[in-house]
Design a protein around this ligand. Structure first.
Ligand SMILES: NC(=O)c1ccc[n+]([C@@H]2O[C@H](COP(=O)([O-])OP(=O)(O)OC[C@H]3O[C@@H](n4cnc5c(N)ncnc54)[C@H](O)[C@@H]3O)[C@@H](O)[C@H]2O)c1
Length: 325
């Protein structure tokens, strides 16, 4: 039987490499990426069944890349606030204009499904209110706005023959072969590994929603394989048990690492608070067994505790890589 063909744009990143590890040989995979964080030849050696194409989504992606592709998974772009603030014009081009161009190319080439990596940051600050997919979006940053405006535009392409699915990920944590130490929980774990204290901005009463990178990859695969007609196009990706106040997260660190000290930084007050509802996802796939913060933190700690790596290397920090290009 002919295998379905999947094009993963941005498939060499933090989420991408976890996704590639989970996809079995039953899938025909093409990765299109400019390999900001790794070398294409290293990945070609490691993933022999996957085709890697080096190119920039702003200039190099063409109609030919979508020929006979069944599903596109679009992960490429500037993936956090600092790297999006660095050059807002480039963020609009990369995250917004190129996303719309990619969705158009996909639709014109008869791709059937388009899975977009959106973000819960599109909701902005809603104080104590629990956020669901119907909550009014109030993006507060260049990054969040670029994700929201792109999502809004590509959802207009949704049709019977072209299913657009936008997955709004909570803030990710966890191990990946393309590690990021610029994500909250990962940064805190890195600080523990470096013998530093943990800093909580403000009083720590702000809520945040977290999701393990492996569960994000599993959710993407779930939607890749989903055969029935979906009732919705937008899904929050995460699980209730990983909605925590920042101070609770700090206390969890104290519990795992009893010698650790927590410093509150009241000057650098971070007011943003959001707690997300994941019931829509839970109706389709069981998110109750998603990896917990404790498991994810311990996994990172155990993996790196005996490794002599340079935690300051720029490859772990998106902003530093973007600045160096
Ligand atoms: N990590 C999170 O917490 C999080 C949360 C919500 C949404 N997201 C979204 O998920 C997606 C993937 O995030 P990630 O954490 O894996 O980020 P990442 O930075 O590790 O991966 C992005 C990948 O895209 C590639 N890329 C960047 N610009 C490109 C360009 N112009 N042309 C071609 N390739 C390009 C990079 O080389 C990299 O491999 C992003 O769209 C991000 O906005 C991430």
């Amino acid at each position: 039987m002919k295998k379905n063909k999947y094009l993963i744009i941005g498939g060499a990143g933090y989420i991408g490499l976890v996704l590639l590890d989970l996809l079995s040989q039953d899938y025909e995979i093409i990765v299109f990426d400019n390999f900001f964080f790794n070398k294409v030849d290293d990945l070609k050696k490691k993933y022999k069944n996957i085709k890697f194409i080096k190119g920039d989504i702003n200039t190099d992606i063409k109609s030919k890349h979508f020929k006979n592709v069944n599903t596109v998974i679009h992960l490429a772009g500037l993936a956090n606030d600092p790297s999006s603030d660095y050059n807002p014009n480039n963020t609009v081009l990369t995250n917004h204009i190129s996303t719309i161009k990619i969705a158009k190319l996909a639709k014109n080439n008869k791709v059937k499904k388009f899975i977009y990596a959106s973000s819960c940051s599109v909701y902005g600050d809603h104080g104590k209110k629990l956020i669901n997919e119907n909550t009014t979006e109030r993006p507060l940053t260049v990054y969040a706005l670029s994700k929201f405006s792109s999502e809004k535009e590509i959802l207009k392409f949704n049709s019977k023959s072209f299913n657009v699915i936008s997955l709004r990920f909570a803030t990710l944590f966890g191990l990946s072969k393309r590690m990021r130490f610029d994500l909250g929980v990962n940064t805190m774990t890195k600080n523990v590994l470096q013998g530093k204290n943990i800093i909580v901005n403000g009083d720590g009463k702000q809520y945040r929603s977290f999701v393990h990178v492996k569960d994000v990859a599993k959710s993407i695969i779930f939607f890749m394989n989903y055969k029935k007609k979906l009732r919705y196009n937008v899904f929050n990706i995460g699980a209730k048990k990983n909605n925590v106040k920042i101070i609770e997260l700090a206390k969890l660190f104290e519990k795992i690492f009893p010698k650790l000290k927590i410093n509150k930084n009241l000057k650098n007050f971070d007011f943003r608070s959001y707690e997300v509802n994941f019931d829509r996802l839970n109706q389709l796939m069981n998110n109750k067994n998603f990896i917990t913060l404790k498991e994810g933190i311990t996994e990172i700690y155990d993996y790196y505790k005996s490794k002599k790596i340079n935690f300051n290397s720029k490859i772990y920090y998106n902003l530093r890589i973007v600045k160096s290009k």
